[in-house]
Design a protein around this ligand. Structure first.
Ligand SMILES: C[S@@+](CC[C@H](N)C(=O)[O-])C[C@H]1O[C@@H](n2cnc3c(N)ncnc32)[C@H](O)[C@@H]1O
Length: 283
């Protein structure tokens, strides 16, 4: 299976600076490309991933790096169970990994016939087929519109409720406009995994937990994620209070320079094409 190629890793390392002796929380372990780079650079790492399929890679890092590496097999919103003293910096590399999309059994891709699952964490929660069955037509239409930008979302929602697809190919074959296939899959995946809720909630926790000099860096893959991160960081880095009054509370955070992949990186890894990196540092 395709191994995930870490995206914007050089930019992330540059934004983090010298991590020797620091503890970095890698909220999205994936194939461990980021975690390994932080460990190689002398950091301690606490890593989250809710997918159980990454356990083997995580165990390998545990064997190699001992107590400098700790893996937590859960959703990254559990960062709120850590204390601010447990870590210095936090990284999110959002979305799904190449292993998830290229695994023919998991239902993320319309290239393979599989049950319509799409859960990152297969230990619980509802599948995409369940979501279609259990949601009202109006909710489904909202999901398709908000997370997939599907113009005829009401029509599509009605069709899904009528036909109740339970496999990827059944879903794919229902969608008449080929340009809508990827966005419909994306919309269902984002809803199944509550991706927007997860990032909003985790960022709120990080905002309260980071200590002085701590950095939070996010790599996003589509405009919806990027907007959530951009808006959160904008709020963190603006003076607080009523702008008409003379006393404003100065922001606790400053923005770091954002980055996108270079042409060279895109040549090696075309999947990185819509990636954006944004970061902040607590002052
Ligand atoms: C793009 S990959 C990360 C790749 C990683 N940086 C690397 O270098 O291999 C995203 C990973 O984050 C995980 N993930 C996404 N949302 C999550 C969440 N809310 N909680 C925990 N893990 C999550 C996915 O399961 C996936 O393995």
């Amino acid at each position: 299976m395709t191994k995930h190629i870490p995206v914007l890793l050089d930019a992330v390392m540059k934004a983090l600076g010298d991590v020797r002796g620091r503890t970095v929380v890698d909220c999205t372990f994936g194939a461990g490309g980021y975690s390994r780079a932080f460990l190689d650079a002398g950091a301690k790492v606490i890593a989250f991933d809710r997918d159980t399929n990454v356990l083997e890679d995580a165990l390998n890092l545990e064997k190699q790096f001992g107590n400098r590496f700790k893996f937590i097999n859960s959703q990254f919103t559990n960062i709120n169970k850590l204390s601010g003293d447990d870590f210095d910096d936090v990284i999110f590399d959002l979305g799904i990994s190449s292993m998830q999309i290229d695994n023919g059994n998991r239902g993320f891709s319309f290239r393979f016939d599989a049950p319509l699952d799409m859960r990152m964490d297969t230990r619980g929660g509802i599948t995409a087929a369940d979501l279609i069955r259990e949601s009202t037509e109006a909710t489904l239409a909202d999901i398709l519109y908000e997370y997939g930008d599907i113009k005829k979302s009401r029509f599509m929602a009605k069709l899904l409720k009528e036909k109740m697809p339970i496999t990827t190919f059944q879903l794919r074959d229902l969608i008449k406009n080929p340009n809508d296939v990827a966005p419909v899959f994306q919309a269902l995946r984002i809803a199944v995994n509550d991706e927007m809720g997860q990032i909003k909630s985790a960022l709120e926790s990080v905002h309260g937990l980071l200590g002085s000099g701590g950095k939070c860096i996010c790599v996003t893959f589509h405009s919806l994620e990027d907007r959530v991160v951009k808006n959160a960081f904008r709020k963190w880095t603006q003076p607080q209070g009523d702008p008409r009054l003379p006393v404003l509370v100065m922001p606790e955070y400053k923005l770091l320079r954002p980055a996108v992949p270079s042409d060279k990186e895109l040549e090696v890894n075309p999947r990185a094409r819509s990636a954006h990196m944004r970061g902040v540092e607590k002052v």
